[in-house]
Design a protein around this ligand. Structure first.
Ligand code: GCO
Ligand code: MN
Ligand code: MN
Length: 407
């Protein structure tokens, strides 16, 4: 089926090799799907309209591969990319899978493990750059604890900072056109992970030696795990100039990290998210870090991938409808007009303004008694998302036009 929501290269949709490649393993059950080779993933995703694929070092090159094996795999993969017109905009490193990282990577109590983690990351950066990546994601899945008796959180933060500073220097030294995007998660696999939310990351970045080349990679599921408003977190990341990448997926509240198909659970929050990404001029890839239900076979995996992209395009279209809906826009104008103007100049301090403001009188009674019309507004948005609003609007316009024609 081809329609206006069919994904296209210019939509900049990307998937991790590990996402469509997810085999449905969980802590209670083994893999349910056979592996899909990276070469096949590249081909199928391209056919579906994706722009590119992203990868951890070990999604492509096994942990213990020799240099010769690595070079052969990378060469074949590059051929598949160019044959299928696919890009690798982002690369990352697995610092969580191998048992050596059982007590953390950059924050392990063991200095040799910390050094090994930095070495592995430098090699993954080399691989990413070789494949054309401009963004390098760091997700510290093992950077945490089960017991705070094990290490001082201040030491852990110091080690974490030193490792990222080292890697920034390496990127600069190598003249790599590469920026880092830090991804937060509150817990899982560790009991508690350091730098638990995007907000923590934004504050941490300002303590680094090269904050200009470090931003964030927020993930829907991870902020929702903490009960946070993802749209607000993204707005703050954009406001700080730090939205370098994004992990789109979905999540029911109060669960383990589900990494569900984009928009499969939180349609309304994802509507505001897509509206924000599109209207703010976010230029980065729309990356899906999600996987198919464990119930699915390979066919279900491609249904899942197409579903992520279609839902994004449908929500983008809904955002356009919202911007051109006369009734919604009129109500928004009324709401803004009712808000008045900044007569006291609080947008910028001056001594004079402060003195005037301190003695000004406000009609507190009047300001407290007026309602906001948000119930009406939200119902219109709800009906727009549910797909009935377009119809009723067309009907109203038709009725109006008929009435005008009769008169
Ligand atoms: C998760 C994480 C990971 C990371 C990825 C990049 O679901 O817990 O999002 O998927 O994004 O491993 O390092
Ligand atoms: Mn996740
Ligand atoms: Mn992620």
């Amino acid at each position: 089926m081809q329609d206006q929501y069919t994904p296209k290269k210019e939509d900049l949709f990307t998937f991790g090799l590990w996402t469509v490649g997810n085999r449905g393993r969980d802590p209670f059950g083994d893999a349910v799907r056979p592996p899909i080779t990276p070469l096949h993933i590249v081909k199928r995703l391209s056919e579906l309209g994706a722009y590119g694929v992203n990868l951890h070092d070990n999604d492509l090159v096994p942990f213990d591969a020799s240099v010769a094996e690595r070079d052969k795999i990378v060469k074949e993969f590059k051929t598949a990319l160019s044959d299928n017109g696919m890009k690798v905009p982002m690369a990352t490193v697995s610092l969580f899978y191998h048992p050596i990282f059982r007590d953390g990577a950059f924050t392990s109590n063991n200095a040799k493990v910390r050094a090994f983690a930095v070495q592995k990351t430098m090699r993954a950066m080399d691989l990413g750059v070789e494949l054309g990546a401009k963004i390098f994601v760091l997700w510290g899945g093992r950077e945490g604890v089960e017991t705070d008796a094990s290490k001082s959180a201040l030491d852990a933060l110091k080690w974490y900072r030193e490792a990222i500073n080292f890697l920034c220097e390496y990127a600069i030294d190598q003249k790599y056109d590469l920026k880092f995007a830090l991804e937060a998660k509150p817990n899982e696999p560790r009991g508690d992970i350091y730098l638990a939310t995007t907000g923590h990351m934004l504050a941490f970045i300002e303590t680094l030696d090269h904050p200009n080349i470090v931003g964030v990679n927020p993930e829907v599921a991870h902020e929702h795990m903490s009960g946070l408003n993802f749209y607000h977190g993204i707005a703050q990341s954009i406001d700080a100039g730090k939205l370098f990448h994004i992990d789109l997926n979905d999540q029911k509240p109060g669960r383990y990290d589900q990494d569900l198909r984009f928009g499969s659970e939180s349609i309304k929050p994802m509507f505001y998210l897509v509206k924000l990404l599109e209207e703010s001029g976010y230029k980065g890839p729309r990356h899906f870090d999600a996987h198919a239900y464990r119930s699915e076979d390979e066919k279900g995996v491609w249904d899942f991938a197409l579903g992520c992209m279609r839902t994004y395009n449908i929500l983008r279209d809904k955002a356009r409808q919202y911007a051109s809906d006369p009734e919604i826009q009129e109500l928004l104008r009324d709401i803004r007009a009712a808000g008045g103007t900044d007569d006291y100049g609080v947008s910028k301090y001056s001594k004079d303004k402060a003195n005037k403001l301190k003695t000004a009188t406000f009609d507190v009674q009047a300001l407290s008694s007026k309602g906001s019309s948000y119930e009406r507004l939200d119902q219109m948005v709800t009906e727009l998302i549910l797909g009935v609003r377009g119809d009723s609007r067309t009907r109203a316009l038709e009725t109006k036009a008929k009435a005008a024609a009769r008169a």
